[in-house]
Design a protein around this ligand. Structure first.
Ligand code: TXA
Ligand code: MG
Length: 324
């Protein structure tokens, strides 16, 4: 089983153990503000292969390279002025920018799944400290088996990948709880590839122009990881429920009770006060809890599609999509 080190109680031990494991070309589960990541040296093809292997992830799915700051990012990708403005405004934070890669970037093509673009992000907190110390970009997808719910606590990672990896760093529950928002600037216009933890209205407030969203649910899979069926719990998922059916778990929102909930296997409220930020932070953890009751399906009451609600609904639609 993986060793778990608490980054708050033992920051020095966490840092040196992580540097050792990363240096040996192995992945380490690390806390980030969005979700826990399965991090490995982005310049080492064997290390990247280990990530794909550990996650059971299809090879064509490119990984985000996590860097310490904008200066480090500029060594790996070419920034247009608008992308640089976004980076300056929102890094460190829950934003990934997809940019043309520099031909001399040491980020291995396996991490990029052969694309000539690179997804880059600067995380906050301990992840940031680790990257600065390691002084190389870390490729890090969410630390879960491919297609499963993204982990927001070290306990989630232990349950899913604990017997497949050597080290898990515990930094407490992820503050944002949703993956990063992925953007790509095309001809001076900001395109949304994946809604996530950075609110789109904040981006529009900065740029003064609308962010271009993909047309229709799942219409264009610009971020190859945006497969329709993703983020799936074991249980089925039923959206916009107005009542609870026998054998279901209920995840509701805004403190509103649903008919039939007395018979639910569990009743969880993403945010009794109707705060979408709180709902985002609770989402994946609650799906894990609901799943653990063994319910045949999880009923979700409707969640407003404004602000972070857009990203929450995107994740829920993927969790509810037909599976193969
Ligand atoms: O918050 C996050 O982004 C978390 C934490 C660990 O940083 N990471 C994460 O990684 O969500 P992952 O691998 O689960 O999702 C990465 C997404 C995928 O949808 C992938 O297709 C997309 O980023 N992506 C990465 N590089 C890309 C590129 N060059 N072009 C388009 N999409 C890209
Ligand atoms: Mg993921």
């Amino acid at each position: 089983m993986a060793q778990v080190i608490d980054t708050r109680a033992e920051p020095q031990a966490a840092l040196s153990r992580a540097m050792d494991v990363l240096g040996r070309g192995l992945p380490v589960a690390i806390p980030t503000e969005t979700v826990y990541g399965l991090a490995a040296d982005a310049t080492n093809p064997a290390a990247i292969a280990r990530i794909y292997e550990t996650k059971g992830r299809p090879r064509f799915n490119p990984l985000i390279a996590h860097v310490a700051d904008l200066a480090m990012a500029e060594r790996h990708a070419r920034f247009d002025p608008l992308s640089r403005r976004l980076a300056e405004a929102f890094w460190p934070g829950p934003l990934t920018l997809v940019l043309p890669g520099r031909p001399d970037s040491p980020i291995h093509s396996l991490a990029r799944a052969g694309l000539d673009t690179i997804g880059l992000r600067v995380p906050t907190g301990f992840a940031h400290r680790l990257i600065a110390a390691f002084d190389r970009p870390l490729a890090a997808p969410s630390a879960n088996t491919s297609g499963r719910i993204s982990p927001t606590t070290a306990a989630h990672v232990t349950a899913d990948l604990g017997d497949r990896i050597e080290l898990i760093l515990d930094g407490g529950p992820a503050g944002v709880g949703l993956e990063s928002t992925i953007l790509k600037v095309v001809d001076g216009t900001v395109h949304l590839l994946r809604p996530g933890g950075l609110n789109i209205s904040e981006i529009e407030a900065l740029t003064g122009s609308p962010v271009i969203r993909p047309k229709g649910a799942g219409a264009t899979i610009e971020a190859p990881g945006m497969l329709a069926s993703h983020y799936a719990p074991e249980a089925g998922v039923r959206l916009n429920a107005t009542e609870v059916r026998p054998g279901e778990a209920l995840i509701r929102f805004g403190g509103r009770a649903l008919p039939g909930e007395a018979k639910a296997s569990i009743v969880l409220d993403l945010s009794p006060s109707g705060d979408l930020r709180e709902a985002a932070a609770n989402l994946f953890g609650f799906m894990q809890q609901a799943d653990a009751t063994g319910a045949g399906s999880i009923a979700f009451s409707s969640i407003p599609a404004t602000g972070l609600g857009e990203a929450i609904n995107d994740r829920l639609e993927r969790a509810a999509a037909p599976r193969n």
